[in-house]
Ligand binder design. Sequence first.
Ligand code: SAM
Ligand code: DTB
Ligand code: SF4
Length: 353
Amino acid sequence: MPSVKVPGPYAGNLALSRHSAKPGEMTDVRHDWSRDEARALHDLPLTDLLFRAQEVHRVTQPRDAVQLCSLLSIKTGACQEDCSYCPQSSKYDTGVEAERLMDVQDVLSKAREAKAAGASRFCMGAAWRSPKKGSRQFQQVLDMVRGVRELGLEACATLGMLDEEQTQELKDAGLTAYNHNLDTSEEYYGEIITTRTYRDRLETIGRVAAAGISVCAGGIIGMGESVDDRVAMLVTLANLTPQPESVPVNALVAVPGTPLSDQAPVDSLELVRMCATARIMMPNARVRLSAGRASLSRESQLLCFMAGANSIFFGDKLLTTGNPDHDSDLALLREAGLRPLEPEQATASDAAE
Ligand code: SAM
Ligand code: DTB
Ligand code: SF4
């Protein structure tokens, strides 16, 4: 048993939160998590952890809905960064073919397909350290964002580090959310990436939040990090003000050619623990069960949903690697009695019933 007292963060105020300004949203979110407290929570007997995660989930989130977010690599490969997990880094020979930035109309046609399949959010990823200042490519990305919004979808982008001006331009184009992951703890970060710092990452996240764009920030497990590193990453995320609107929990996809190609697969229950701990520490966030689902059983995915995951990447490709196809995901949701979150419901103010 953990030596630290397990926090009971919301036991006393679950009922209170029903009277918050936005129905279902918890207003008294904690930003003072300690690593010991978070670790004690993470290490609870699994059934207790799941129970507590469900207690939070049912107050802050629609209990039966999963957000479907489709992902498209709009600019692939030849990235100058050295992220050890990434098949798109030019430093590693992974067989990923570099592709130029896609045409705006081709991206929008993929977004239309995603919407028709049931997605409510469309996320565009570019293998850049950061977008080039004042470049034609960045203007094209802004056109993509405007086009995706005009389709009635939430628009998300992940383009690397942003400066203030770029962030504001994305905001003005209507960007809903920006994905920028911390990936791991500050201490372990240097083992994984040397071409930028944890502080760089946090600074971009800060700019995104300051511009009024929702922050999507999470990380990866299975890179050789310790459980303390995982928990430390959750503490950093939860202690951000505001907390991220969405938190991707990725299991490493070990791609041949990357330095992490030989990592052992993540045990699915470790993923369940991460989802549940994230749900409890970040009660209003969408917890997104992200990379690695292709190797998860249906039962493991359902346990992650019980643990509080309520968003997935939807479509048979992530950026360069595989993901379950539309039909199998829709069947899984149907058989579990879950429903895709409708685009018009996909706002931060969704009410729990
Ligand atoms: N270049 C931009 C950046 O790094 O922010 C955007 C794209 S990058 C591929 C987005 C995120 O995908 C990374 O931060 C990482 O968390 C995740 N990712 C990349 N490769 C992965 C892999 N092999 N397994 C799991 N997650 C991965
Ligand atoms: C995130 O956290 N995971 C997604 C998205 N944000 C951009 C990316 C996963 C990439 C997995 C490896 C690949 O397909 O290249
Ligand atoms: Fe480049 Fe992003 Fe991959 Fe890192 S994660 S190598 S920045 S595409």
